[in-house]
Design a protein around this ligand. Structure first.
Ligand code: SAM
Length: 232
């Protein structure tokens, strides 16, 4: 979901992470962000990931068994997690959309960092994602899923489930909770496929109709919103 050069640009030019840092990854899964971050940060840095899934944390520990001195993981439910201000950076990716009270988790992320520390949240906006889909087929109608998604997203939201706009709401939560110097970016990655096996993967990933398998190419803008701010 990332162009490596854009992620490196964020780390070095936007977040300016140029000294050893302690990072805490909320809802780390198998350590996807650790894989992206570790090669880019200074020697002397450390990373810890927390996730509710024991299976994913076991997978993460296996993947990072050779860097145990700087990378560690913990199984915990973030709803019960009690933060301490030990870290320079608290980050999460594709987590808040799964939680019913994202503001509470952002508060915990803020409580995890020292004064001047950085809080970073990377979350999708389903509406942008849907608008960013293009399939090179005469059958393609860019509006075909709108009514279905509108109904589904609305009912999920009303039932307290996933929020289809979460990415766009994070900066607003951050501001209200008191983070400073808030910045917002959009991931520049576009999934562009032309090969047969990739087209099948695309149809599965984006839930597009299998009638499109004969299309020449398919594009999806991932549209993850990257919000960040500092603790005063
Ligand atoms: C879509 S995955 C994203 C994983 C990872 N951040 C990444 O970018 O690959 C969402 C993750 O949030 C974790 N998660 C969901 N609810 C959680 C909770 N209450 N406490 C801790 N982790 C949670 C899930 O187990 C899952 O690994």
């Amino acid at each position: 979901m990332w162009n490596d050069d854009y992620f490196e640009f964020l780390v070095k030019c936007v977040w300016k992470i140029d000294r050893p840092v302690k990072i805490l990854d909320y809802g780390c899964g198998y350590g996807f962000l650790a894989q992206m971050l570790i090669p880019l940060i200074s020697k002397g840095s450390s990373y810890k990931g927390i996730d509710i899934s024991e299976e994913l944390i076991n997978d993460a520990r296996e993947r990072f068994k050779n860097t145990k001195d700087i990378v560690s993981f913990e199984v915990a439910d973030l709803n019960d997690y009690i933060p301490t201000a030990d870290y320079d950076i608290a980050i999460c990716q594709s987590l808040l959309r799964h939680l019913s009270t994202p503001e509470v988790i952002i508060e915990k992320m803020i409580a995890s960092v020292k004064p001047g520390g950085l809080v970073i949240c990377i979350e999708p906006s389903r509406r942008l994602e849907n608008a960013g889909l293009y399939i090179d087929s005469e059958l393609f109608n860019p509006f075909e899923k709108d009514d279905f998604l509108k109904e589904r997203w609305q009912s999920e939201l009303e039932a307290g489930g996933r929020d289809f706009q979460i990415g766009m709401k994070i900066p607003v939560y951050m501001e209200k909770i008191g983070l400073k110097n808030i910045g917002v970016r959009l991931n520049d990655y576009i999934d562009y496929v032309c090969q047969e096996d990739e087209k099948r993967r695309f149809i599965k990933d984006y839930g597009t109709d299998s009638k499109y398998v004969k299309a020449d190419s398919m594009l999806a803008a991932r549209c993850h919103v990257i919000s960040y701010g500092t603790k005063s």
